[in-house]
Design a protein around this ligand. Structure first.
Ligand SMILES: Cc1cc2nc3c(=O)[nH]c(=O)nc-3n(C[C@H](O)[C@H](O)[C@H](O)COP(=O)(O)O)c2cc1C
Length: 202
């Protein structure tokens, strides 16, 4: 078990327990078509309200123009590390589907699609790191995202590299313990704030 594996009260699927968001990626790795399409299929087959599939993705591989434009839209703190990834994938929610009613759940659905992509990445031996730190207008302008479509996140995907390759402060974050709010502060029953009672031995 890796020191980065989630510390869970009971076992969960290794794909979920071992997924994490690194900053150090192998610059020698190139994402082939088969791996890339597997990621995109995992996203495409996500559930969505009324099967509206409100997500669209802009997909760049290191070295191509789309990657460059997505990278340029990242905030400086993310540019420090994200350029080592093999792919940068921008998730965009179509809030006004063609001819349809405004889709207020489009962000929820698009997040689900990205979650599936990130778990598929892990299943392929890759790692994914989502980012909200980017300039949505720069992305919109750079890649022609139309009105009614909202850029939500950028996901860096690649092969994990040594934390030692990062600058000092990023290396510290890369190796810091992973943490989550306790179960009892997160899952309620019988009213808000009242911890769900579970018997882990039963
Ligand atoms: C919507 C979203 C936005 C995020 N934005 C950033 C970001 O801009 N920069 C960054 O380094 N990490 C970002 N993250 C990664 C989170 O910081 C990370 O998922 C969280 O700390 C938990 O770590 P883990 O994924 O390794 O479990 C983002 C994650 C999500 C889901």
């Amino acid at each position: 078990m890796s020191p980065r594996t989630a510390d869970t009260a009971v076992a969960v699927h290794p794909l979920l327990a071992e997924r994490w968001s690194p900053r150090s990626f192998d610059t020698a790795h190139e994402l082939g078509d088969e791996q890339l399409v597997a990621l995109l299929e995992a996203a495409r087959w996500a559930p969505s309200a009324r099967n509206t599939q409100p997500w669209r993705f802009l997909v760049g591989r290191r070295g191509d123009t789309t990657y460059k434009r997505i990278f340029e839209a990242l905030v400086p703190g993310n540019q420090l590390w994200a350029g080592t990834s093999s792919a940068l994938i921008a998730a965009v929610a179509a809030e006004l589907p063609d001819g349809g009613e405004p889709h207020h759940g489009s962000a929820y659905d698009t997040g689900l699609a990205v979650a599936q992509l990130s778990v598929q990445a892990h299943a392929l031996g890759l790692h994914a790191h989502q980012m909200g730190g980017f300039d949505a207008e720069a992305l919109r302008t750079g890649l022609g995202v139309p009105a009614g479509a909202r850029p939500l996140s950028v996901t860096a995907v690649g092969v994990l590299a040594e934390a030692d390759l990062l600058p000092d402060d990023l290396r510290d974050r890369e190796t810091a313990a992973r943490a989550r709010r306790p179960l009892v502060e997160t899952f309620f029953a019988d009213g808000w704030g009242k911890p769900l009672a579970v018997d882990l031995d039963g």
